[in-house]
Write a protein that binds this ligand. Structure first.
Ligand SMILES: [Zn+2]
Length: 480
């Protein structure tokens, strides 16, 4: 059986002294990075071009006081730097502008711990993380986690791990690589490389602000299966964040730097940012888990319907909207609030997560007119609102706007970028998924009375002033 390397993120609880030592080690790791960056730049300056091994030799040659870390941890800093340089080179070779070779001074870097020498299990059944020879180890309970089948993953399947300070969760976490069963879907090859008897399932993804991902694919019976994954919760998370952030910022601007109030507001701002990051992380995982589920369902359906011995492969195609969130201010096409929405869009993160979960490479294709064209008769129109209504009286298609986008991207993907009408009377099976379960309007109404009561109890401070430190920080001085 083939396997695949996955990464599990598990929380780690460090006692006070270990916390301090891990913290110092992360600073030291950043210092090492900074030193390596200056060295590499100096080498370039004198016409040399050091490779990964040269950087590693330089890092290891530094006196021990500059690298109070395990030798492998220090070497990992060198390799990370070499990789960052290589990534920049590739990006530039592909004409990406504005990407720079590493230059920023870092303050903090996670610690990589190699298997068997960076980390090991103690005879007492604990996990020991090494900070280098002659230094006390960090000892923590052995974390437990399961794979996607719900089976516990034992330490003998673990590889290297990273000790990170998770600023969103405000705690330490271990990123543990481990081998799991290979659940990657089979990637479709270019058409001329495909073996006979191969069935290609094309799953098209239309990305949007309101509906994060709309998935469209053709079922074995010829109908379209469409899943609209709603992303309104992310919008409300961000909107709430933006509002509160603006309020804190305006209060901060009116108080003296370093004053007690200033410190309190800064803390509230940090907490707000951490909470938003946590919520968005959850949101992205919910969206991509549902998208992954959809892709796997489609493959399964085709696999069931395929003749004995046939091979089912997938191509995952995304309408290319890359770059529209960049430089929106100059183009002046969107209003300021739309600009803000676009720049905070979680699109890139979600694409990476979907690629990781399905094990597929994502192909981007042009999505020109995909939201304006009728999939049946190819009439074009501008759409307002959430429903697409075809203007052609002989067609009279009525379909969810994002579903239209998904079907059109699917059409473009299977016809080499050309619009070909979908056969008349093809069934469109649309299902709506909510990324994060929230309250229905009915639930909101039923809970409304409680919110009003809580608001009254808060007196003049109003509905928002319930209990939390953030609210106290927000309202202090205003109602005092
Ligand atoms: Zn039409």
């Amino acid at each position: 059986m083939t396997t695949r390397v996955l990464t599990a993120v598990v929380p780690a609880w460090l006692n006070r002294s270990d916390y301090v030592r891990a913290h110092d080690a992360c600073h030291a790791s950043a210092q090492l990075w900074n030193k390596a960056v200056s060295w590499v730049r100096a080498e370039w300056h004198s016409g040399r071009s050091p490779g990964p091994e040269d950087i590693r030799r330089y890092v290891i040659s530094l006196p021990p006081e500059f690298r109070p870390l395990h030798a492998h941890t220090a070497a990992a800093v060198a390799y990370d730097l070499a990789e960052a340089i290589a990534t920049t080179r590739t990006g530039r070779a592909h004409g990406m502008q504005g990407i720079r070779f590493p230059w920023r001074e870092k303050a903090y870097r996670p610690l990589m711990l190699s298997a068997r020498s960076g980390w090991r299990l103690t005879p007492g059944g604990r996990l020991a993380l090494s900070l280098g020879r002659g230094r006390e180890r960090i000892i923590i309970p052995v974390p437990e986690f399961t794979d996607r089948e719900g089976q516990s993953v034992d330490p003998d399947r673990w590889g290297e791990m990273k000790l990170c300070w998770d600023s969103a969760d405000r705690r330490w976490s271990l990123h543990i690589t481990h081998r799991g069963p290979d659940d990657r879907l089979a990637q479709a090859l270019p058409r001329h490389d495909q073996a006979a008897g191969t069935r290609v399932v094309t799953v098209a993804v239309d990305e949007g602000v309101i509906n994060s991902m709309t998935m469209a694919s053709r079922a074995p019976d010829g109908a379209y299966e469409i899943a609209v994954i709603n992303g309104r919760s992310a919008r409300s998370i961000k909107r709430g964040r933006n509002k509160r952030h603006a309020r804190l910022q305006s209060k901060l601007s009116r108080c003296r730097t370093g004053s007690r109030r200033h410190r309190r507001l800064t803390r509230a701002r940090k907490k707000l940012a951490a909470k938003t990051r946590r919520q968005l992380k959850n949101f992205n995982h919910q969206v991509t888990a549902k998208a992954n589920g959809f892709v796997r369902e489609q493959v399964e359906a085709h696999w069931q319907a395929a003749p004995e011995g046939a091979r089912v492969v997938v191509q995952l195609v995304v309408g290319d909207v890359r770059g529209i969130e960049r430089d929106t201010a100059r183009k002046r096409r969107a209003s300021p609030s739309t600009r803000q929405q676009l720049s905070q869009w979680e699109r890139g993160v979600q694409e990476r997560q979907l690629a990781y979960k399905t094990g597929l490479r994502i192909k981007h294709i042009s999505e020109a007119y995909s939201s304006q064209s009728c999939p049946f008769c190819l009439t074009r129109r501008k759409v307002r609102g959430r429903t697409y209504v075809c203007v052609n009286p002989n067609c009279a298609l009525v379909l969810h706007r994002d579903a239209v986008g998904g079907v059109n991207i699917h059409t473009l993907a299977v016809n080499d970028g050309a619009y070909v009408p979908v056969p008349p009377a093809t069934e469109m099976r649309v299902k709506y998924l909510r990324a994060v379960p929230g309250w229905s309007p009915d639930q909101r109404e039923r809970h409304g009375s409680r919110q009003v009561a809580a608001g009254r109890a808060g007196g003049a401070r109003g509905r928002e002033a319930r209990g939390s430190a953030r609210n106290r920080a927000l309202h202090d001085g205003v109602h005092a």
